[in-house]
Design a protein. Structure first.
Length: 244
């Protein structure tokens, strides 16, 4: 006789919960950069090279950066702006055109502090950029790969919050920019702080020292001047008594 096997009641075991997907530092950075590109603002940044840089990212896409003590050897405040008319440099109430709307700022007139906001930020969206990315809180360190000679942007540290606000940027190109307080509302468009003139723009270098022009009426150094009071020595002539 064959005994029938008993039928037990099966108990379903709960399926383990899958851990949430872990985002890489680069993916987190790209998400914050995407939000930063949609942000318009006016903000002040403390510059490690001295002074406070003001960045204007207007609602219509134009921009302007005010850089203290940059021109002529650190003696003149300079503004660089991009408007519908092109690139301009402004100083002392006058603005000089640097390039057309699709051009670029010549290197000798470029303070570079505007580049993280206007040029480098979109490049961070490239997942194939030649950097290793490490995250520490809101800050991301970009280290160039050893096999790369030239990189599209310099390495350094970017700090952005969840809303895409750039908190600081550190790079060997210009030093460090660090946000001062909360950004203000963006302007509708950028206005140039001066009249457009046909002049030479200012570079960062100090002007050369003028060469002194010699005064033709001046007496050469080291050359004795004649004494007008001096008289030639008299030649003694024999007296009549001595003449024979």
């Amino acid at each position: 006789m064959i005994a029938a096997a008993g039928c037990g009641t099966a108990t379903a075991e709960p399926e383990p919960h899958e851990p949430p997907p872990r985002h890489s530092a680069q993916a987190t950075l790209i998400g914050r950069v995407t939000r930063a590109l949609d942000t318009t603002f006016t903000a002040e940044y403390t510059w490690s090279e001295g002074g406070t840089v003001t960045m204007w990212a207007a609602q219509d896409g134009t921009w302007r950066v005010d850089v203290p003590d940059w021109g002529l050897g650190g003696t003149v405040d300079v503004t660089v702006a991009w408007t519908t008319g092109g690139f301009f440099q402004c100083a002392a109430g006058r603005c000089v055109k640097l390039a057309g709307i699709t051009g670029e700022i010549p290197g000798r007139y470029d303070p570079r502090v505007q580049r993280p906001f206007t040029e480098w930020l979109p490049l961070l969206l490239d997942r194939h950029m030649p950097f290793s990315v490490a995250q520490d809180g809101d800050c991301f360190t970009l280290t160039p790969n050893t096999v790369v000679v030239d990189t599209p942007i310099p390495g350094g540290e970017w700090c952005l919050d969840d809303d895409g606000t750039i908190l600081s940027v550190q790079t060997g190109e210009f030093g460090t920019l660090e946000l001062e307080g909360e950004p203000a509302e963006a302007a509708a468009t950028v206005e140039l702080p001066g009249d457009i003139v046909e002049e030479e723009p200012l570079s960062a270098k100090a002007p050369p020292e003028p060469t002194p022009t010699p005064d033709p009426s001046a007496t050469p150094t080291g050359t004795p001047s004649p004494d007008p009071s001096a008289t030639p020595a008299e030649t003694l002539s024999p007296s009549p008594d001595e003449a024979t």
